[in-house]
Ligand binder design. Structure first.
Ligand code: WTA
Length: 635
């Protein structure tokens, strides 16, 4: 029996049992049957969570793009691989077949080579959601270069930090991007970022909005003429299983963003296998994930997972609100989308506009609905289920992380009975455990704790680029011999998991992970600010929004507080990006601290969330009077 495609609930249990009883044998079988290898592995798995060191399929040789492209050419050459839907609905959609995608990736790969990029070099990609983004990702993989995509909503400062951290010598960007009715000057942002990046030698620029931009002589080159002259013949670089595939940055609770490093073979096997089963993709289906390729969801479930399965993956350039809030539904109708994967924040934003715009379109092609990025609240779940899925399409609430590479806890549609707000059961091969604060595993059902994973899975990130110690400290030190996710979860009476949210200082705003420390650093740069603390509070659409408690020097008297508020948000926009702006700013005479000087965020969180009936233990507070004052003036 092939275990590649799970079709019913009993089969899930059977395969799950097999995958945890003998993981090596299980994954070997999956890898053996469904991928093209240049050389098979010597060892399926070796691991040690104390070092930590994890290796899958060691000794194997392959190229992931050969699996995404070449091997489909014979049977699916003319099938649409990427279906590009542009920002403006009046512009035609573009159907890129597997044959054409293969050709364009090869050409792009040759351009990279001609510009001095080879195996192991890092390439930073700062592009909007246009085909060149997916193509450049694959072109890097074709020649063994390590791609590091930076979401094109990040500021120049955030971009330069990431370029320098991974030491990229080439940057890909465009003359600008469309975002609804607006355009964004991406090239200008890159130019500013590069004033701090002395090691970048080349910038290749795609033309998208035809704006006037400055091309720096000797550094910047237009992409299209280079592609036109380049050969479409590019043999794949043969990679070792554990060779780096990409770096993707994610926010930590403190300090620099973490450059999560994913490697080749394990990532390939796991993203392909999860895609097939979580979306129950069948030949001729049209699959659409609304994420940006700048996030892990786009890497694994717009590019790699779908293409590894020979799927048609829709790539949307625009936003859900342009030209109106019916755009998603219009696209589903237009392209007869079968699987639709989006974030709770988008669902909430669209639900706010009522059902009229949804009802206008024929959504009967939909078979499976997905949710990702943050807990989905009950109201949003039902709205999605009733109005989009018409109670016919199962919702897969998929829990996972940049670090996990692929989906970890999820229903399998048409197999696992769903339950609103529950990610339900671990995917095949995943062994979750809930831990208490003393490091003990909590067994049994109807319990809650910190979510850990006990055993490696093929697509776990292997390290933090340039900082293995931080990788160890962040993920493998809180609980012995376990990967700690940073999330809290509960397990209900039948063993279903519900993710309750972060237990660290990461706040998820509209599905974007934000660390409080870099935001506070940005705020503290303001000359009038003495100190600040950021917490999350519940928000109707964003899930969580940011609340800033800010203490000004000299109590700020005589200053226009509204101006300071604006300046602070401006600083945050420059240092991180507009996604990290504060919704509420309260000026306070001080921040509640413990006797050892630590800010008591727990209290600030409760106040911001209007949950002050029980503030918990305040006996260790150095300055209880500040808490009173803050509560009186809460926004
Ligand atoms: C949260 C996104 C509840 C969680 C793929 C996790 C979720 C963080 C869910 C990772 C979900 C993601 N239910 N919470 N279905 N999916 N999260 O790295 O806190 O951008 O740790 O990866 O998002 O976010 P990241």
């Amino acid at each position: 029996m092939s275990n590649y495609h799970i079709k019913h609930f009993e089969e899930y249990f059977q395969v799950y049992r097999k995958s945890v009883r003998n993981p090596e044998m299980f994954w070997e079988e999956i890898a053996e049957e469904h991928f093209a290898w240049r050389k098979k592995w010597d060892q399926v798995l070796s691991w040690d969570f104390t070092k930590p060191e994890i290796k899958w399929f060691e000794g194997a040789q392959l190229n992931i793009t050969e699996n995404c492209l070449d091997r489909h050419l014979r049977t699916k050459g003319d099938k649409t691989a990427i279906l590009f839907e542009p920002n403006d609905p009046r512009d035609p959609a573009e159907h890129i077949s597997y044959k054409e995608l293969h050709e364009r990736v090869c050409k792009f790969a040759n351009v990279l080579k001609q510009n001095g990029i080879g195996k192991g070099d890092r390439v930073c990609i700062y592009l909007p959601m246009i085909p060149e983004l997916a193509i450049s990702v694959l072109a890097c993989a074709r020649i063994g270069a390590v791609h590091s995509v930076v979401f094109a909503g990040f500021s120049s400062a955030a971009l330069s930090t990431r370029i320098n951290d991974c030491d990229a010598k080439l940057v890909l960007t465009s003359d600008g991007s469309y975002r609804g009715s607006k355009t964004i000057d991406l090239k200008g942002i890159v130019d500013e970022a590069l004033t701090d990046c002395p090691r970048v030698e080349t910038v290749l620029v795609a033309k998208r909005i035809n704006s006037e931009i400055i091309m720096v002589e000797g550094r910047d080159r237009w992409l299209q003429p280079l592609l036109d002259q380049s050969s479409s013949d590019c043999a794949p670089e043969i990679m070792e299983a554990e060779d780096p595939l990409f770096i993707l940055y994610t926010s930590g609770s403190t300090g620099m963003p973490k450059g999560m490093l994913h490697t080749t073979a394990g990532y390939m096997v796991y993203t392909a296998y999860t895609f097939k089963n979580v979306f129950q993709y069948k030949q001729d289906d049209v699959y659409w994930c609304t994420a940006d390729i700048g996030w892990i969801t786009g890497h694994s479930y717009i590019v790699y997972g779908p293409l590894l399965n020979g799927a048609t993956t829709l790539m949307f350039e625009g936003v859900p609100s342009y030209p109106d809030f019916g755009r998603f539904w219009e696209i589903i109708q237009k392209h007869q989308v079968n699987q639709f994967y989006t974030a709770p924040t988008a669902i909430r934003a669209l639900a706010k506009h009522g059902t009229e715009l949804v009802d206008k379109y024929d959504l009967s092609s939909l078979k499976v609905l997905g949710s990702v990025g943050e807990p989905i609240n009950e109201e949003a779940w039902h709205w999605y289920n009733d109005n989009v899925g018409k109670k016919r399409s199962p919702i897969v609430d998929t829990w996972w992380q940049t670090e996990t590479g692929g989906i970890m806890i999820t229903p399998i549609p048409f197999s696992t009975p769903t339950k609103p707000t529950y990610a339900t059961l671990p995917f095949i091969g995943i062994q979750p455990s809930l831990m208490d604060e003393n490091g003990q595993e909590i067994k049994g059902n109807q319990v809650s704790g910190r979510l850990c994973i006990k055993f490696p899975w093929p697509s776990i990130a292997r390290t933090i680029w340039g900082n293995h110690q931080r990788y160890k400290d962040t993920y493998f030190s809180a609980f012995t011999n376990k990967y700690f996710t940073g999330d809290g979860a509960l397990r209900d009476e039948v063993g279903y998991y519900r993710i309750t949210g972060r237990v660290d200082d990461v706040i998820i705003v509209s599905g974007h992970n934000l660390g409080t420390a870099p935001i506070e650093d940005a705020i503290n740069e303001h000359p009038a600010v003495a100190e600040s603390a950021i917490v999350g509070f519940p928000h109707d659409i964003k899930g969580s929004a940011l609340y800033g408690y800010i203490t000004l020097k000299d109590t700020g008297e005589g200053r226009d507080h509204n101006n300071v508020r604006k300046e602070i948000n401006q600083l945050i926009t420059e240092r991180i990006g507009p996604i990290a702006k504060l919704d509420k700013i309260q000026f306070t005479p001080g921040l509640p601290k413990t006797r050892s000087g630590k800010i008591m965020r727990r209290i600030l969180r409760k106040i911001a969330s209007n949950d002050t009936s029980n503030l918990g233990d305040t006996s260790t507070l150095l300055n209880p009077e500040v808490v009173e004052e803050i509560m009186e003036n809460v926004l």
